[in-house]
Design a binder for this molecule. Structure first.
Ligand SMILES: C[S@@+](CC[C@H](N)C(=O)[O-])C[C@H]1O[C@@H](n2cnc3c(N)ncnc32)[C@H](O)[C@@H]1O
Length: 329
């Protein structure tokens, strides 16, 4: 039976309005089912830019690439879909540009972080405590390490660190201890339900079990896919790929991601004016980007009612400055 890929793109109108402003190369680093890419292609067509534009879609999940290729079939000539990690965004971008003899300067980049609704809702992928499935959680199914490997082989201290760092879970130590005790008593933990059961048994009366489960599953997912490790690097590479006035938009869904995006954007939006009191008229080093929005854009009530996933979304956008990062120019 054909897979049904369902995922409603978040803040799609805002992305299109703020990113698509001229013909050029657009990189969708988190292609998913192609919802945002499709909206961008429609806008490029409507504005008469499509003939001189290319969308490079990247995803590490084969199922996403299959779904997106179907969704974007109308714009086949103007899209290139690549299986890969956005941690390699610059290499992928430069390779596609050199194969097509294009100047490697992107007009827009989008990163819509995390997992898609399809991945979460697909029981065999093992992302959700609400669905019985193997403890897998790999976005890239060719990757070596699954959530089961982590839960069954890491020591108590290491598990506690993962739950605290990536789930901000206050009871990280007790949960890690319960997991290790269960492994010794019963054997390896194989399924999502089995892990959820251990967490549930530990929850005190009145404690919000659902929130606890969300935090533990989020922490494991982040660890399995090294999500935060590649993000900072991808943002830096992304800034390097942008042409003058090119924009990068990032949608994050939890505070750990948003903090990385916010801090890195702020760092690069600052010019270096040298030591205080020197009174230079021009900065020593110009800021490489400007913040398009100082505060993150959030979805409106109409969208969050229709698509609960949009509730936690935060959109931050930067624009590459001409001569950004330039010393004395
Ligand atoms: C929130 S979904 C994107 C949905 C997409 N914007 C749409 O409209 O259909 C995130 C997608 O990014 C992919 N992904 C997450 N981290 C990635 C990474 N480091 N490299 C490549 N793809 C990644 C996931 O596999 C997933 O398909």
């Amino acid at each position: 039976m054909a897979e049904v890929f369902h995922h409603e793109p978040v803040l799609a109108a805002e992305i299109v309005g703020m990113l698509v402003r001229r013909p050029g190369i657009y990189i969708d680093g988190t292609l998913g089912g192609g919802g945002h890419s499709c909206a961008m292609a429609e806008a490029l067509e409507r504005l008469g830019f499509i003939a001189d534009s290319l969308i490079i879609g990247i995803d590490q999940d084969d199922a996403a690439l299959r779904a997106a290729s179907e969704k974007l079939s109308h714009w086949k000539e103007h899209t290139v879909l690549v299986k890969g990690n956005f941690g390699d965004i610059e290499t992928i971008f430069r390779k596609v540009c050199s194969e097509r003899d294009l100047r490697p300067e992107a007009a827009g980049i989008l990163l819509d972080l995390g997992v898609s609704s399809y991945q979460i809702d697909s029981a065999p992928r093992g992302f959700s405590y609400l669905r019985e499935g193997p403890l897998d959680m790999r976005m890239d199914r060719d990757a070596a390490v699954t959530a089961a490997d982590i839960v069954n082989t890491r020591g108590e201290k290491e598990l506690a660190r993962i739950f605290f760092r990536y789930g901000e879970e206050q009871r990280s130590r007790s949960i890690a201890k319960a997991i290790v005790a269960y492994r010794e008593r019963v054997g390896p933990i194989r399924g999502t339900g089995e892990l959820a059961g251990i967490v549930r048994d530990l929850a005190r009366g009145g404690e919000n079990v659902i929130k606890m489960l969300s935090r533990i599953f989020q922490a494991l997912r982040i660890e399995v896919n090294s999500e935060l490790d590649v993000l900072r690097d991808a943002l830096l590479q992304g800034i390097g790929c942008l042409g003058e006035h090119g924009r990068m938009a990032v949608i994050s869904y939890h505070s750990l991601e948003d903090r990385i995006v916010k801090n890195l954007f702020a760092e690069h939006a600052k010019s270096d004016w040298g030591p205080k009191g020197v009174g230079l008229r021009e900065p020593l080093v110009r800021a490489s980007v400007s913040l398009v929005n100082r505060k993150p854009l959030l979805a409106g009530s109409e969208e969050t009612e229709r698509n609960p996933r949009a509730r936690s979304a935060k959109l931050r956008i930067i624009e590459k400055n001409p001569k950004g990062g330039c010393r004395e120019c």
